[in-house]
Design a protein around this ligand. Structure first.
Ligand SMILES: Cc1cc2nc3c(=O)[nH]c(=O)nc-3n(C[C@H](O)[C@H](O)[C@H](O)COP(=O)(O)OP(=O)(O)OC[C@H]3O[C@@H](n4cnc5c(N)ncnc54)[C@H](O)[C@@H]3O)c2cc1C
Ligand SMILES: NC(=O)c1ccc[n+]([C@@H]2O[C@H](COP(=O)([O-])OP(=O)(O)OC[C@H]3O[C@@H](n4cnc5c(N)ncnc54)[C@H](O)[C@@H]3O)[C@@H](O)[C@H]2O)c1
Length: 454
């Protein structure tokens, strides 16, 4: 049976980006329908940012307690996953979305659980509870369908009960050993978590460095910390085959076969665009991103936001883009989208905070580059804290401004805020060199890196 309903805006996919758009448009008085096929809230609160950061918080507490002998005497540390599993169930409400739905309905939106599909400009087919409804959106459609874990074409893998981020957040009992495939943010963060809880972890990465999107100086610190904490790190290796039997998983690399009780695949994401109907608007659904203009327009009466746009797979990018798309849909003026100063944080310990371009990206962009670095462990606060880390700043020599920066340090995610302001507002390096940096702080290592610009 097919029904038809006319509304102002249809939003397909209610992750952080889609949910923010629904809320803003509904609060502005528009007739908005949000369509979600799984949990309203999306990857971040249920399978991503929030549960992983709860794990990280717990593992950081363990690590800090283990530092007691070095700084303050003795501590008896006995890890227990039960409080972690309980807090994750509390924050996800056991993977139910009633609160998220209520939040959007309170704003005046209609939420439909079902699968949405584009059917030409401004038209969406929604399959829900055995019926199909056609929504005709007077202003347009917002697409924010996000990603799913990439399915790797590794021989044998599909026949094994491996974990992705979707399963790992629900773990109640830890395995004795774990192979993590993929040394990006998810792999690095979770390898450290499980190692700190006593799991024998091997981290396997195809590239020659961990955190391939970050500066090599940052990746080196993270690798050395992980190895010091007992993680075996293998970079520059291919996984040829994965098997599973009574002895667990067997992960065949070029030069050895790893055996472990569990495998976590954290090797990138697949865009949820397949079969979404982009072809009905003349767009390519097999592209590696859905390109958007500065107003987040992706096609005729179509706006896109979040991970599918390829502008940075972060929650804060999705919600930023939601603000821009809503501005356009509500007929307001800019500012429009600007990605010069996107901040990113990998929540390893020490954290890796980055903003803007890496040195390599800046050189590829044709910028006349100057770089400066400083060793956080050599700074006063770094030494007091017993911290390892590095600050690297990347400057445009011709314009006298920073175009990128990276901080590896405790709380680097907070410290990078200062550098995000500098890159975003194009604060002259000459000004950054003359401002005050409190003593003794971790962020004062930025001044040393600025003085090193050459
Ligand atoms: C383990 C992990 C940790 C992370 N940690 C961080 C972090 O610390 N900080 C950070 O900024 N980012 C983090 N991220 C990334 C962050 O989760 C994503 O960038 C963010 O969720 C993207 O939001 P989105 O709106 O694009 O879509 P998503 O959150 O992916 O949501 C898209 C929604 O669309 C729905 N959908 C898809 N197709 C359809 C359809 N046809 N019809 C209806 N609904 C559909 C999906 O079910 C989903 O709910 C992490 C990700 C992972 C996996
Ligand atoms: N703190 C954060 O903000 C945070 C945390 C986690 C995830 N995220 C977001 O989620 C996205 C996905 O994270 P991710 O870590 O899965 O992806 P990623 O794409 O950043 O990293 C995946 C890594 O897996 C490697 N890889 C791919 N195939 C492999 C194979 N067969 N064997 C070994 N290694 C392989 C890649 O070379 C890459 O280094 C990220 O892009 C990030 O934006 C953000």
């Amino acid at each position: 049976m097919t029904n038809q309903r006319e509304v102002d805006v249809v939003v397909i996919g209610l992750g952080p980006g889609g949910s923010a758009a629904v809320r803003t448009l509904a609060e502005a008085g528009l007739d908005v329908v949000g369509i979600e096929e799984n949990l309203v809230g999306g990857e971040c609160p249920f399978y991503g940012c929030t549960p992983s950061k709860l794990m990280i918080r717990a593992s950081d507490v363990l690590a800090e307690a283990r530092r007691v002998p070095r700084f303050a005497g003795a501590a008896d540390v006995r890890p227990d996953w039960a409080p972690v599993a309980a807090r994750i169930r509390e924050v996800t409400a056991d993977w139910t979305d009633d609160d998220h739905v209520a939040d959007l309905e309170k704003a005046g939106a209609t939420v439909v659980h079902g699968r949405g599909r584009l059917d030409g400009p401004g038209r969406v087919l929604v399959a829900s509870h055995g019926a199909t409804t056609t929504y005709v959106a007077r202003r347009g459609v917002v697409l924010g369908t996000g990603t799913a874990p990439a399915v790797l074409p590794i021989d044998g893998l599909a026949d094994t009960p491996y974990w992705t981020n979707r399963e790992v957040v629900a773990v109640t009992d830890l395995p004795a050993s774990l192979v993590v495939v993929g040394g990006g943010p998810i792999g690095a963060e979770l390898a450290q978590v499980f190692a700190r809880f006593g799991v024998d972890v091997t981290l396997v990465e195809t590239l020659d460095q961990l955190l391939g999107k970050d500066e090599p100086e940052a990746a080196r610190v993270v690798r050395s910390v992980l190895e010091a904490e007992g993680v075996t790190v293998r970079t520059g290796v291919e996984v040829g085959r994965v098997d599973h039997d009574d002895d667990g998983f067997h992960v065949r690399l070029d030069d050895e076969t790893l055996t472990a009780e569990q495998v976590l695949v954290a090797a990138g994401r697949h865009l949820n665009l397949t079969g979404i109907g982009l072809d009905t608007l003349g767009l390519d659904e097999d592209a590696d991103r859905l390109a958007t203009d500065e107003r987040m327009r992706a096609g005729e009466r179509l706006w896109a936001l979040g991970d599918i746009t390829g502008e940075g797979a972060y929650t804060h990018v999705a919600t930023y883009q939601a603000r821009i798309a809503c501005r356009d849909l509500l007929g307001e003026d800019g500012p429009w989208a600007d990605y010069r100063a996107v901040a990113r944080v990998t929540f390893t310990d020490p954290e890796v905070g980055g903003v803007g371009l890496t040195e390599e990206q800046a050189r590829e962009a044709g910028i006349r580059v100057l770089t400066g670095t400083s060793d956080v462990s050599d700074s006063s606060r770094g030494w007091i804290h017993g911290a390892e880390g590095v600050v690297k700043v990347v400057a445009d020599a011709d314009r006298g401004i920073l175009v990128g920066a990276t901080v590896v340090a405790p709380y680097a995610g907070e410290i990078v805020g200062l550098l995000t302001t500098a890159v975003h507002a194009e604060v002259p390096v000459a000004v950054l060199l003359e401002m005050h940096y409190a003593f003794p702080t971790l962020h004062s290592a930025i001044l040393t890196a600025l003085r090193d610009l050459a």
